[in-house]
Design a protein around this ligand. Structure first.
Ligand code: AMP
Length: 193
């Protein structure tokens, strides 16, 4: 099963993608995690991305497309994956289509987690307070405002792009973790049959 999870920051994409990896072996491909690892490592990509991420802006398309296309072609992704936080722009979605075409893979579904903006700040601040490794540099009110603006301006058109391809599904992301997981599982199981 090859899936994209779309949704604003704090919608729960990471939590659901991690569950899908645990429960179904679908590899979680989080560009945010990959970039945070690059920042922690101090690599060239990390140095370039660090300030951009802290401000809630988007890392340039060429960089994230490079990172994800290297990872998605690894053998462990052949049996299924969940893209979490990618694509975030139309250019990334188009680049992903080309990468998938080259590797002969097609997406099974794109699932959008719909969450009201008003609920996101609470979720992000709770995540910041509960994180065992300390809060992320961008889990604060100021960066969230920017991340939401960026989401509505640049990532919302990505949903329309997949809708036009007929593979977009939406779930109620305001439900609790179990409730969202159930809605996602229903879509996956429907695709399997
Ligand atoms: P996330 O963990 O998905 O919330 O991502 C954290 C930050 O990493 C984002 O606010 C961006 O600065 C950067 N980032 C992650 N994924 C992408 C992407 N697909 N395109 C551009 N920037 C990204």
């Amino acid at each position: 099963m090859k899936l994209i999870l779309l949704g604003p920051p704090g919608a729960g994409k990471g939590v659901q993608a991690a569950r899908l990896e645990d429960e179904r072996g679908m590899i979680q491909l989080s560009t945010g995690e990959m970039l945070r690892a690059a920042v922690a490592e101090g690599s060239e990509i990390g140095k370039l991305a660090e300030g951009i991420m802290a401000h809630g802006e988007l890392v340039p398309d060429g960089i994230v497309v490079g990172v994800i296309s290297a990872r998605i072609s690894q053998p462990d992704c052949a049996n299924g994956f969940t893209l979490d936080g990618f694509p975030r722009t139309l250019a990334q979605a188009e680049a992903l289509d080309r990468v998938l075409e080259d590797t002969g893979v097609s997406l099974d579904a794109v699932i959008e987690l719909k969450v009201d903006d008003a609920a996101l700040l609470d979720r992000i601040l709770t995540r910041a307070a509960e994180s065992p490794c300390g809060p992320r540099a961008d889990d604060n009110e100021e960066a969230l405002k920017k991340r939401l603006q960026v989401y509505h301006a640049q990532t919302a058109p990505v949903a329309a792009y997949y809708n036009a391809q007929g593979i977009l599904r939406s779930v109620d992301g305001m439900a609790d973790i179990e409730g969202v997981a159930k809605q996602i599982a229903d879509i996956i199981d429907e695709k399997r049959t």
